[in-house]
Write a protein that binds this ligand. Structure first.
Ligand code: C5P
Length: 238
């Protein structure tokens, strides 16, 4: 398989036909695709097969969080479909994450397991509501350590603002995948903290997730190439 692209396009569409019509604009050598809750709930694993047939690497973004046995079973099933990336919530704990990693390894050496630390929609108040008095940054560091160092996961989904801090803490090995990416002149939509593609990669991101700036562009192929051109010259840690 070709080298992992550093651009992941979020297929936030409401049905499989729309998603499959859209990916005709994309080049699987230049970008991978991300399938999230809505699309997976309507389209299921058959869509993953169609995307794989077209040569795309797939990030299955379902953020599993349950008892270790259940999460391991879900991750194993995901790995069997051949997806490139699958993810879990780090707050599920080390036992859950280790079970996920082992289950994936048992069926597929090429699927990587990532952890979500603190959702970027959460702030200090959200954490307090659920009984966590730590600042969001400190909680991200704690869960990053738990996921990568103590549970052996392959990497994290994090905000680009956290990438530098996590790279320093965890070294070069983990994959750091960052959403919330915009070109300098673009509106941020509902993304509160955005970063340009080149700055995200220079800060330590391994790959960036881009949704609406490509999916809603008048010409998605042109938009995809614009993102690729911006990141081509930037060397990233991993
Ligand atoms: O359209 P946009 O570029 O904002 O899409 C970003 C994608 O990344 C969406 O699929 C969104 O759910 C996802 N995401 C995010 N922020 C996170 C985690 C995931 O925007 N912290």
């Amino acid at each position: 398989m070709n080298e992992a692209p550093r651009l992941i396009v979020a297929l936030d569409f409401a049905d499989a036909d729309e998603a499959l019509a859209f990916v005709r604009h994309l080049d699987p050598v230049q970008c991978a695709v991300k399938v999230g809750f809505e699309l997976f709930v309507v389209a299921g694993p058959a869509l993953l097969d169609r995307l794989h047939e077209r040569g795309f690497r797939v990030f299955l973004d379902l953020k599993f969080h349950d008892i270790p046995n259940t999460v391991a079973a879900a991750c194993r099933a995901a790995a069997r479909t051949g997806v490139w990336l699958v993810n879990v919530h780090a707050s599920g704990g080390a036992e859950m994450m280790r079970a996920a990693q082992e289950a994936v390894r048992s069926v597929n050496e090429t699927t990587a397991v990532l952890a979500v630390t603190v959702l970027t929609s959460s702030d200090a108040e959200t954490l307090r509501e659920v009984g966590i008095d730590r600042a969001p940054d400190a909680q991200v560091r704690l869960l990053g350590e738990l996921a990568v160092r103590q549970s052996g996961l392959d990497g994290l989904v994090c905000s680009a603002q956290e990438a530098g801090m996590l790279r320093e803490q965890l070294g070069e090995a983990p994959l750091l995948v960052t959403p919330g990416i915009r070109l300098p002149q673009a509106a941020g939509d509902d993304q509160k903290r955005v970063m340009t593609p080149e700055l995200a990669l220079a800060s330590g991101a391994s790959a960036i997730v881009v949704g609406r700036p490509i999916t809603r562009a008048p010409d998605p192929a042109v938009a995809m190439r614009a993102f690729v051109a911006r990141i081509e010259g930037v060397s990233s840690t991993r």
